[in-house]
Design a protein around this ligand. Sequence first.
Ligand code: AMP
Ligand code: ZN
Length: 498
Amino acid sequence: MSGLKVYNSLSRQKEEFRPIHNKHVGMYVCGPTVYSVVHLGNIRTFMSFDVIYRYLKYLGYTVRYVRNITDVGHLVGDQDTGEDKIAKRAKLENLEPMEVVQKYTNSFHAMMRTFNISEPSIEPRATGHILEQIEMVQKILDRGDAYVKNGSVYFNIQKFAKQHKSYGELSGRKLDELFAETRELKAQDEKNHPADFAIWMKADDRHLMKWNSKWSEGFPGWHLECSAMSTKYLGDHFDIHGGGNDLKFPHHENEIAQNQSACGCAPAKYWLHANMLLMNGRKMAKSDGNIISAEELFNGTSEHVSKGYAPMVVRFFMLMAHYRSTLDLSDQALQAAEKGYNKLMEANKYLQSIPVSESTEKSELDQNINDLVERVFDELNDDFNTPKALARLFELVPIINNHRDQKPGFQNISADILNKLKSCFKDVLFSIMGLMEDHAKSNGSGKVLDGVMELILDLRQQARSSKDWNMADKIRDHLAAHNIVVKDGKEGSTWTIN
Ligand code: AMP
Ligand code: ZN
């Protein structure tokens, strides 16, 4: 089996994954700005890194996963002017800024649980790390890479870029173009150059969240929190830094500059970027109203979907695309995902129920299964290729179903290969992909339906045992009229929704 390769956005190629400290991995992912409910685009990014985190742990690494909460400094328009997103919402909702932060942090956590997205090891908040950020501003000033203007502190990009030719490398921006581009921006008088960015901003009187510093009563620039918090919890140089690819510029590029200046090295060895969730071919984004909320998707109340989809179906749908590819949300694709999810879950249910015999006799089938199982992990090792890994599992489904249907030639699976196949399905579907069973049948009420179906199939089994074929058929036909298909096998009956 091949070793893990990851696509490093910095080198623009797949590289062998070699952590800095042997079996320990440090991973930092930019978390949400908690000023509103996360949308499905945000969720896709966090889910992508969840699978990466899960797979690293599966491979035996001890992972310290830091995913922050941005609760100050992220301004409307993602630049150095405009209102703070949190403060703006606080005024709108007539709440304290910290009430806004708490409210949307809670709702973010609830959403992460709904999608079975793991909790990080540390979830630091920007407002809880003002001291660390002030210290970093001082270090950058001491290095001569920043200047103070009217109580604000600006990173001197022109000077820095002259010394560090790597500025712009991550996002692929050419410096000349960048400087020409920013020159045309609206005059932001205070800065020496429009490409410079704030690492500390003086707050005006109306500003709600501000702290004392030697430069002014103010607040840290948006890019600074990630530099300060990643360094604090993972050290100057750690393994993986991730986020959505819309953060490459200016956020990550400026993070690198800050770390390079304050710590003398670039923060991360591997930069991993997740691609965007689209709807109607356009990035899902709150700013232009091109969004559908998770709730609307679950309830089927959006004009974009014909019915509701369970959280695990949505999770499966997202895993059917590689994290570096864009993914277009559509009703058709969700329907296909629902079918695929049910098919795999059914196959797995039966697979796990097969008793392991003592058979050590090898067969051609053994070889076939073994090769496919190895390929599942080869795909995951190839930059976490979930769609291809799922495709390999789908290739195994007919073998499992033929075993269930007692097709000749499909009964001889040796004990160790059967165990390997069982572990592969269980590990990949649940531990690595983070899917959960039986949540796809219907939104929220999946568990109830499961319980009811268990009872019905039990009653039908009793009817069959007492040779009451009329009753057994009546139950089956009645269920079929409600699109529930019952299949009778050697190990009992199973059901699916058509
Ligand atoms: P924000 O709360 O805006 O800071 O974004 C949180 C995370 O969601 C960031 O990593 C963004 O890159 C990511 N993100 C925003 N929009 C999308 C989208 N349409 N698809 C995927 N990720 C997104
Ligand atoms: Zn960040």
